[in-house]
Design a protein around this ligand. Sequence first.
Ligand SMILES: *Cc1c(COP(=O)(O)O)cnc(C)c1O
Length: 494
Amino acid sequence: MSEPLIFEISSPGRCGAFLPDCDVPPTPLPTEMVREDLPLPEVSEVDVIRHYVRLSQLNYGVDKGFYPLGSCTMKYNPKVNEVAARLPGFVRTHPYQDPDSVQGNLALMFELQEYLKELSGFEAVSLQPAAGAHGELTGVLIIRAYHQAQGDSKRTKMLIPDSAHGTNPASTTMCGYTTVEIKSDERGNVDLEDLRAHCDDTVAGLMLTNPNTLGLFDEHVLEIADLVHGCGGLLYGDGANFNALMGIAKPAHLGFDVMHFNLHKTFSTPHGGGGPGSGPVGVSRRLAPFLPGPIVVREVSEESCVCGGEEHEEECYILRWAMPERSIGRMKSFYGNFSVLIKAYTYIRMLGAEGLRQVSENAVLNANYLLHRLKKAYPLPYDRTCMHEFVLGGPPPEAEGIHTMDVAKRLMDYGFHPPTVYFPLIVREAIMIEPTETESKDTLDAFAEAMLKIAEEAVHNPDLLHSAPHVTPVTRLDEVRAAREPRLRWVPPE
Ligand SMILES: *Cc1c(COP(=O)(O)O)cnc(C)c1O
């Protein structure tokens, strides 16, 4: 890093805080509270401010530039969401409050449940889970509870396509199921022959991501659902790619029994770096009694309701918490990540039904536009119309000794966050690009130009890629050493 760190500009006696003279007799701190081995930097106020502002500027985020990280849906996060989430009426409520006193909060949660039901076609939704992976765990626990309630104890296996996200087998394993991998066919769909060969009465279900992590809509999704249901299993939907489907197709109509939403992806909450996220789960009728709770229900109120001193003529509702009949229990303390729910609700209300459909249409359009510009220079293992993202098969074949990692690193020199790399695992040297609907054609063109330029450099000037990035605060890192010997804090020089 070119700029000095705060410890390095420390100067003995310099101070950023000015306290009034002591007007009481001083009492020394108890000796056990005094540490001599804690050298704090001695700096002025302006030193501190510049230090932290500089650090914040080293960060790359979606508010700074294009962030085409495949599968992560790094769309722009409208600031109106933050304004809504900060409204005092929301911020100053407490989870222990009597439901009567937080009817507004409950109304927001109830309506969000309804919107997610409408978008997905499911019978019921729980807002409890804190992220996509947590939603998967919830969904698979629901599947397990359902089979147990049927007295069906033979089912020990969960089928998972080889293109799936790593959280799918992890969630499955946490629920005590064995993962069985199902192959993909040459068009990037689930291989129906392989699936048929594995469908039997030991199968609890199949976890399907549709569109899948290749950015492709599975052309046989209805047959897949029939096969899984035919052997008594349930179809789980990994909804991380819902950004391609909103207002166009409802997962419940495609045969899914249960699916999680990633509110922080599809519904525009800032994410990365660990949260907070939100992964509500939607289910079909037969699974509704097993949902985690509490969920919000709306009841017609017996008493006439009085609002603002005036008697209302129309029907009155009261919102309350309810635990589904055979609930798997709570998945989260209190009521989910409420601030993320506010942001998702605001996003949905700002866009409306038509707007949400346009989000998905433009996400798909943007991805196909980039795909067509880039496939001239980069290998494309599955040459099909893509959904909201697509996967390239690494650097141009003529570029000897150049790997996907080199292309990703070089992109930083052009000012772009690299795409997802080396995932999905079934594509060697994978480069997974998801532009999202919030990018303009100008940005997509600038990115395409950079990628095409890099493809040329990879052939004619490979060293430029090997040593990239060159203009970032830190240049090429030894990633293996960084993983094995992580240095997570600054250590003073000896
Ligand atoms: C992001 C993602 C997940 C996990 O979701 P989190 O919210 O990060 O826990 C699961 N599957 C796919 C395909 C994803 O892209």
